[in-house]
Ligand binder design. Structure first.
Ligand SMILES: [Fe+2]
Ligand SMILES: [Fe+2]
Length: 289
């Protein structure tokens, strides 16, 4: 069976920008200009029936060729949070030749999996700072529930963390659960229970980019001065209409953010290009450099 057995890319991603040859050339030149590459990957689901280890291995090979500055793993490493699944995920992910930040998903929190996660991958709350971005990754899961929750104490913690960030840095926030519904999610039932409070907080703190997984369908929304980037699944067979497993590539330039979805073993397609500055995302601009 080929990599794209059911749908073409265009059919699968109705908000995609389909690139002409000229646009591909410009896309490549933009890539050269971007100084920072952030890979957003999630939902390996090691241990799920039919999970695609081969796709994850191929994704890691692709990511290593890209030489990204940072990889953000947005949760659901496992199917149900058991040690053997975490160990298999770790065995694969340790082959990534780039700094990698992990956050937990609802599946990882099953069966008290958060204890094993902490043992193998470290803290469930991470702050990362370099010369381009400040990224905070938090555990939004609750044990044995699919819904996400941050809570008042968590929001206070996040509030304080972003208050001390240098204004020149791009502020990024990562969590597993989604804060805004996306298409092809079926009957929406497990959006973050305090999504509204989180969106308000992140907007006021000047966060420009929010990274989530969970829904297994890649999508990008712009809301106020923020862009919400959702990665699809890199290993689950539950593709929700995508042609194959995938992940996101985010190119960050001096004042630009460009988000693409990379089909594993296949092409990448641009989802959106934005300007960012001290006031967050200020415009969507497909043609300017
Ligand atoms: Fe998932
Ligand atoms: Fe999930």
């Amino acid at each position: 069976m080929g990599l794209y057995p059911v749908l073409s890319f265009k059919e699968s991603y109705p908000n995609d920008l389909l690139l002409s040859a000229q646009e591909v050339s410009r896309h490549m030149s933009v890539k050269k200009m971007a100084k920072y590459t952030l890979v957003q990957i999630s939902d390996l689901h090691v241990g799920e029936s039919g999970y695609r280890r081969d796709m994850i291995v191929t994704a890691i090979e692709e990511i290593n060729k890209m030489k990204p500055n940072l990889v953000m793993m947005c949760g659901d490493l496992t199917w149900n949070g058991i040690r053997e699944q975490f160990l298999e995920a770790q065995d694969m992910l340790q082959n990534i030749d780039a700094p990698i930040i992990y956050t937990m998903g609802n599946h990882d929190a099953s069966n008290v999996g958060y204890l094993i996660f902490e043992e193998l991958f470290g803290s469930r709350f991470v702050e990362h700072k370099d010369d381009t971005i400040f990224l905070m990754a938090v555990d939004s899961s609750e044990p044995d529930l699919d819904t996400g929750h941050i809570g008042r104490e968590g929001r206070n913690f996040i509030d304080k963390a972003y208050s001390k960030v240098d204004k020149e840095l791009l502020k990024v926030f990562a969590l597993h659960h989604h804060l805004v519904p996306i298409p092809r999610s079926g009957r929406e039932r497990d959006i973050m229970v305090d999504a509204g409070d989180m969106l308000e907080l992140l907007m006021h703190k000047g966060v420009s980019l929010i990274l989530s997984g969970h829904r297994h369908y890649p999508w990008v929304w712009r809301l106020e001065n923020m862009v919400l980037s959702y990665s699809g699944t890199s290993g689950s067979p539950r593709l929700r209409g995508s042609p194959c497993q995938n992940y996101n590539i985010i190119k960050i330039g001096k004042n630009t953010i460009e988000i693409s979805t990379k089909l594993i073993g296949g092409p990448a397609r641009r989802r959106g290009r934005y300007h960012w500055g001290k006031r967050g995302i200020t415009s969507r601009s497909e043609n300017s450099t």
